[in-house]
Design a protein around this ligand. Structure first.
Ligand SMILES: [Ca+2]
Ligand SMILES: [Ca+2]
Ligand SMILES: [Ca+2]
Ligand SMILES: [Ca+2]
Length: 582
């Protein structure tokens, strides 16, 4: 079948040419006269935190918060123009924005988040950790921020996303409520700025790179088809299990400990870093990025004093064994061995000269036409936290990608997004209750499957432990030596799904998982939660001749796969590995 895909490289096959079209704001070098300084004091409670200046194009500049709670950022005026200030706590988790000023517009309180590119002393800030924001105790002169403003949740200026991870409904009226703000410096906004990591598509106060729901419709970035560009370079997560009970609706007593026992074991859980030069630079460039490594700060699995993470995808190997990520400095690899590297590409790039470890390697897509520029920086990271996985690996974990360019080192900041931590929970097969073992197709070679959605952990502001994930795409993958999708024609009785058709059908994610859940938002997890079902013609998927010729008792490996939308290089994936026996 033409849709065969190499195992493990499944994600690497279909790269979305994310045209983020962002304006590149340099964080360095600082042009003497144009240099600006931004200072403030968050107080002792924020000692050990970081303040990250996130540029309009997503580039970041980090200041440690000192023992007294003060920070200081120095950069060029152009880098600071339309940049925002974001707080990261001492565990390297995202807290929320610093609001620079506020303004009354009608009955609404509007918050100014963007710097105008001028030096500013914010002075003492009032920090509200529960609401996830800070604001100067004494308002600075309004010319230091831009006229652009977003609706605040209350008169203290807290963002609409206060106390959430950004998964909050923002209505059109709310998005537009502060369009008539007059305080601040008027700065032209480039047309495509909000598509960038540094933009704030839904005006909830969190920049896209640190917002789990970029456009405010409560469809999380992992599954939202309309925000794959702004979420394009976020790491995506792969979870797999052979246990059909690894689902919180099937196993109502499923505990975080149970989840840890699966996610804490190598081979079941990985964080996939996969970014293109376009993600990093805002443009296609063959030799523009020299090396990339991930600064995890104090995240215990990939930062701090004794990081545990292993990297199972390096330029040397692609296996479950992996190497200690902290010792890995990167390298160069062509995707298609036997074919030459892309013409013009400097094949000496990829190695991190600073010996910092946590490197991404330069993977060269040398297989022809590639709109992304043929250069993809990659790592497949297993946190290796065992029983502490859920305590130490959480949505909101902040990663700063540091990379070398002709103009010196630059960085971008991103976070771990909400993602599935369980797999689809299979409950019935051909109408009979299923609790494990090989699946037996009926006489015509079909399987009618009924299952619960996989779960993600609840995040800031949500109750309970789990949420059923809506909006995922489902399908059966036939796992031979290669992963092979089953053609849409082999599925039937899929009323709860929208089938991929037309141009959509050729999207690699849709070929692997052609049925999109019609319920797009996440729902409560319970034993009485709605289940999904479809019928798959296994005989046709495997191949009628192959299936018919196989002796009774012949087995094949398949995967019931639930996946998100295509991000750069791949998609979030939660898979139940199964065996089919004729
Ligand atoms: Ca949001
Ligand atoms: Ca936002
Ligand atoms: Ca986002
Ligand atoms: Ca969304």
């Amino acid at each position: 079948m033409s849709g065969s895909i190499k195992r493990r490289l499944v994600a690497a096959v279909a790269v979305v040419g994310t045209s983020v079209g962002l304006s590149f704001v340099t964080a360095s070098p600082i042009q003497g006269a144009a240099a600006v300084t931004v200072t403030g004091k968050l107080g002792a409670a924020a000692s050990g935190w970081k303040v990250v200046m996130v540029g309009a194009g997503g580039q970041s500049l980090v200041s440690a918060v000192d023992a007294g709670g003060s920070f200081s950022l120095r950069t060029s005026a152009s880098a600071a123009k339309r940049a925002t200030l974001q707080m990261v706590d001492s565990s390297n988790r995202y807290v929320g924005p610093i609001v620079i000023g506020k303004e009354k517009v009608g009955k609404s309180t509007c918050s100014h988040h963007q710097l105008a590119g001028k030096s500013v002393k914010l002075g003492t800030l009032k920090l509200n950790t529960a609401q996830g924001f800070a604001i100067p105790a004494k308002a600075p002169v309004s010319t230091v921020h831009t006229r652009s403003a977003v609706l605040a949740k209350g008169t203290s200026g807290q963002p609409l996303s206060a106390g959430t991870a950004g998964i909050v409904k923002v209505t059109t009226a709310q998005m537009n409520a502060c369009g008539k703000a007059v305080k601040g410096t008027s700065i032209a906004t480039s047309q495509d700025a909000n598509m960038a990591m540094g933009g704030d598509l839904d005006n909830d106060g969190l920049p896209n790179a640190l917002d789990a729901d970029d456009d405010g419709d409560q469809e999380v970035d992992a599954v939202d088809k309309t925000t794959t560009e702004s979420a394009g370079m976020n790491p995506w997560i792969a979870v797999r299990s052979t246990n059909p009970l690894f689902n919180a609706s099937v196993s109502t007593g499923l505990t975080p400990e149970n989840v840890n026992s699966v996610l804490g074991t190598s081979g079941n859980y990985s964080i996939q870093f996969f970014v293109s030069n376009r993600n990093l630079l805002g443009q296609t460039s063959l030799n523009g990025v020299k090396w990339v490594w991930v600064d995890c700060g104090n995240l215990v699995y990939c930062g701090g004093s004794a990081p545990t993470a292993t990297n199972t995808n390096t330029h040397l190997q692609n296996s479950n064994t992996g190497v200690a990520w902290k010792t890995y400095n990167g390298g160069f690899k062509v995707e298609s061995t036997g074919s030459p590297a892309t013409s013009g590409l400097d094949t000496s790039l990829g190695t991190n000269p600073g010996g910092n470890g946590n490197a991404l390697y330069l993977g060269n897509r040398n297989t022809g036409n590639d709109p992304g520029g043929s250069v993809y920086w990659q790592a497949s990271v297993f946190p290796n936290q065992g029983a502490n996985t859920l305590t130490n690996v959480k949505p909101g974990d902040v990663y700063t990608l540091r990379f070398g360019t002709d103009d010196g080192e630059k960085s971008v900041t991103m976070m771990l997004n909400p993602h599935a931590v369980t797999v689809p929970g299979l409950t019935t097969v051909n109408g009979a209750a299923y609790t494990g073992g090989a699946l037996k197709p009926d006489a015509s070679g079909t399987l009618a499957l009924k299952f619960f959605r996989p779960q993600r952990l609840t995040t800031t502001g949500e109750t309970g432990t789990f949420k059923d994930m809506g909006g995922l795409r489902y399908g059966i993958i036939f796992m031979g030596q290669m992963d092979t999708p089953c053609d849409i024609a082999t599925y039937s009785a899929y009323d709860a799904f929208t089938a991929a058709t037309g141009a959509d059908a050729s999207d690699m994610g849709n070929r692997l998982a052609p049925l999109t859940d019609k319920q797009t938002t996440d729902s409560d997890t319970s034993a009485s939660a709605t289940q999904l079902s479809f019928t798959i013609d296994v005989r046709s998927c495997i191949g009628v001749a192959t299936y018919d010729a196989a002796a009774a008792g012949t087995s094949w490996g398949i995967q019931l796969n639930a996946s998100g939308q295509m991000l750069t290089g791949g998609m979030n994936r939660a898979s139940l590995d199964l065996t089919v026996t004729k």
